[in-house]
Design a protein around this ligand. Structure first.
Ligand code: GUN
Ligand code: FE
Length: 446
């Protein structure tokens, strides 16, 4: 007997992505329970999906349920700087815009104010799981984890490691200090959420340029000691970054995969942001290591990133399931996963043109997969969330495509529209006004 029932009223459809087609899921219509009983779309036992109703055709929905979005890559301390410094190359953007901004998080009170707004802003947009880079500060990063738990967001939270090539006013004093602060943050998060129900730590070497070999090695040692520990970094993002990395680490033949692998940081729980420039060697190494990819199509084509459309089709073509989307806010100007999905489609078209048709563009269901189940897999949460499946925890958004004026930013739903059409209208033209309610682990957080 389920201990709770989720009420999804009106026509009560939910969109459910079948687990039988893991990389290319098709939407399946699931009405409430086939008995005109509109209060049993999905039975929950505590936070877990207990039962799913069988599919049958019905009216076009004005309200439906989708899995919560997973933002696989973003920077919480950049919440207030989103979109600033458009067109700057990565190292210039870090120096001029980002480091001065992130340095402000030395003040935990400032961190609390910005992180409270950041986590609430993410939840409002239906991001039920986020993989966060914090600033380099331990106390501020602990505050970020606290706020995720308070507001009920599922998250990976990492203290950003950087002990060189950053200004004196914003840098870990040494590798030892950076590692010690990291251990303190891990301990804080473990004490806060002992079973990792919502929040887990993630090792976060910002990228090789800001880390000494000793720091990378120390982080790799933690990863080796703790097989469940997630890792995240920026990877083959931009020419400027790759050239600087090669100059600092000349022994790896220009391969960032070889570099991070050498330090034990290329693991099945590693999230590689960007992956814009991937030759066969890098593709083979990342595929063999089983890392996840956080595709960040907005920042890649606007600021900091590679000004490049990443080869996502090649990742999918290789059968990689761990491919997700990142808003990369604030390098990305938007923290909306709907915007990230749309820009992924744009980047996919750009990639098709630049490869003269070799890398086919992405489809709507592919970018939706990346925004949900793919992202969950990237964060090693694919057995917990990402789609509606019996036994998974209930992270979801109630979407309304309705008729009132506030919601009409979204392309108008018409009588004859199928669920697939309404869904496409929402993804392409909706915004957070259409995301009426948000649930994480069965708790309503919006
Ligand atoms: N590489 C190192 N740090 C950053 C960052 O904050 N944003 C992006 N996009 N790339 C980075
Ligand atoms: Fe980033």
């Amino acid at each position: 007997v389920p201990s709770a029932l989720l009420v999804v009223d009106t026509t009560g459809h939910i969109i459910f992505f079948s687990k039988d087609s893991p990389t290319l899921p098709d939407p399946i219509i699931l009405p409430n329970d086939g008995n005109n009983n509109n209060d049993k779309a999905l039975a929950l036992s505590d936070c877990t999906v207990h039962r799913l109703a069988p599919a049958s055709p019905s009216q076009p929905p004005t309200r439906f349920l989708i899995p919560g979005f997973v933002d696989t890559h973003n920077h919480a301390p950049q919440w207030a700087q989103r979109g600033l410094g458009q067109g700057l190359h990565i190292l210039d953007w870090l120096e001029r815009i980002t480091f001065p901004n992130e340095a402000r998080f030395a003040d935990p009170a400032y961190a609390r104010r910005i992180y409270t707004a950041c986590v609430a802003g993410f939840l409002r947009q239906g991001i039920t799981t986020a993989s966060y880079y914090g600033s380099a500060h331990g106390p501020a990063t602990a505050v970020l984890a606290d706020i995720c738990v308070q507001q009920g967001q599922r998250a990976l939270v990492g203290k950003c490691n950087m002990d060189r090539n950053a200004p004196d006013y914003y840098r870990d004093a040494s590798a030892e200090e950076s590692l010690a602060t990291t251990e303190q943050c891990i301990a804080h998060i473990r004490a806060l959420d002992p079973n990792g129900e919502l929040v887990q730590p993630v090792l976060t070497p910002r990228f090789a340029i800001t880390c000494t070999p000793a720091l990378l090695q120390g982080l790799g040692d933690i990863a080796a000691r703790e097989p469940h520990m997630a890792v995240q970094t920026h990877f083959n993002e931009a020419k400027q970054e790759m050239d600087a990395t090669r100059a600092l680490f000349p022994h790896f033949g220009g391969s960032e995969a070889a570099l991070y692998s050498h330090y034990g940081l290329l693991t099945p729980r590693t999230i590689l942001a960007h992956c814009c420039f991937m030759d066969e060697r890098e593709l083979d190494a990342v595929g063999t290591a089983g890392c996840g990819v956080a595709h960040c199509p907005i920042s890649n084509m606007t600021v900091g990133g590679g000004f490049m459309a990443a080869p996502v089709r090649q990742f999918l073509h290789r059968g990689w399931q761990k491919v997700g989307l990142g808003t990369d806010s604030g390098g990305g100007f938007s923290s909306s996963m709907l915007d990230a999905m749309r820009q992924a489609l744009v980047a996919g078209h750009a990639r098709e043109v630049m490869t003269e048709g070799k890398d086919k563009g992405l489809r709507l269901e592919e970018v939706f997969y990346m925004a949900t189940l793919g992202g969950a897999r990237v964060c090693s949460l694919g057995d917990k969330v990402g789609c509606f499946e019996v036994g998974k925890e209930f992270d979801a958004c109630v979407v309304e495509s309705g008729w009132n004026r506030e919601q009409q930013v979204m392309a108008m739903v018409e009588e004859e529209d199928s669920l697939a059409t309404v869904f496409e209208k929402f993804i392409m033209t909706g915004d957070d006004r259409n995301i009426r309610r948000v649930f994480v682990r069965g708790r309503q957080v919006k």
